[in-house]
Design a protein around this ligand. Structure first.
Ligand SMILES: [Fe+2]
Ligand SMILES: [Fe+2]
Length: 242
């Protein structure tokens, strides 16, 4: 059974640890009037994740299924969730919708652009497109304006079977992960472009209170500072012109 922790009010982190990769895969369920799942997980993990979600809500009541970019850990099990939840709607970037999702998905996605908001009841999620951050043309992040939680996908990726949430500095672990992800067969994990740092600083300007991290601990504290620090780390690790 995955580990389930409430990392922010109504936001549950459902975590599967993969020992072979020494890596956690985290999925976030927002328990609200119109429940939202952010990250579907892999198809092979669906039965386990559905069981975990069922301890929190009736999976058939899911209303939104969202993610950042088109990769199997982010949205591989999308159709499995859409089959158990007849009113669930996929939500992703407009680019994601037209490039991949509407061909892959059994129901069309809502393609979100600048200033689009998903209202789940108590929470309001702004979708912020972030092309090529962390990677993928279609990438985006979601920000809960009610509680200032940022669903940041692969940003702050770090390894280990770490605590669900921490207020300690996670940047050291993130730096170690980036060293691994900038070499060998994993080269190219995160492109560094002229948009990378401005985008990270724009996210920092949201002043998130909680960073919901897909791989590793979620962070609670000064999320704006953590994002500014991340901008420096990304430049150090991925700017090949330095
Ligand atoms: Fe990714
Ligand atoms: Fe990921």
């Amino acid at each position: 059974m995955p580990a389930i922790d409430e990392i922010a009010p109504d936001v549950f982190r459902i975590s599967l640890y993969e020992p072979a990769l020494d890596m956690q895969f985290n999925h976030f369920l927002v328990r609200d009037d119109a429940p939202l799942l952010f990250h579907t997980g892999y198809r092979r993990a669906f039965a386990t994740l559905r069981e975990a979600v069922a301890t929190l809500i009736d999976p058939a009541k899911l209303r939104y299924v969202g993610w950042s970019h088109f990769e199997s850990d982010e949205c591989g099990a999308l159709n499995d969730w859409l089959r158990v939840a007849p009113h669930a709607e996929p939500v992703c970037s407009f680019v994601g919708k037209i490039v991949n999702v509407d061909d892959f998905s059994i129901r069309p996605a809502r393609g979100l652009g600048k200033d689009d908001v998903i209202d789940t009841g108590r929470h309001r999620f702004r979708y912020i497109t972030s092309p090529h951050l962390p990677h993928g043309w279609d990438a985006g992040v979601m920000f809960d304006e009610a509680d200032r939680t940022l669903f940041c996908s692969d940003l702050f990726h770090h390894f280990g079977d770490v605590p669900a949430v921490t207020d300690a500095d996670i940047l050291g672990k993130v730096r170690d992960a980036m060293r691994l992800l900038q070499s060998g067969p994993l080269l190219g994990y995160m492109p560094y472009t002229c948009h990378t740092e401005p985008l990270l600083r724009r996210l920092a300007g949201l002043n998130p209170r909680t960073l919901a991290v897909m791989h590793g601990s979620s962070y609670t504290g000064d999320g704006g500072k953590a994002l500014c620090d991340l901008a420096g780390l990304v430049r150090e690790a991925f700017d090949v012109t330095r």
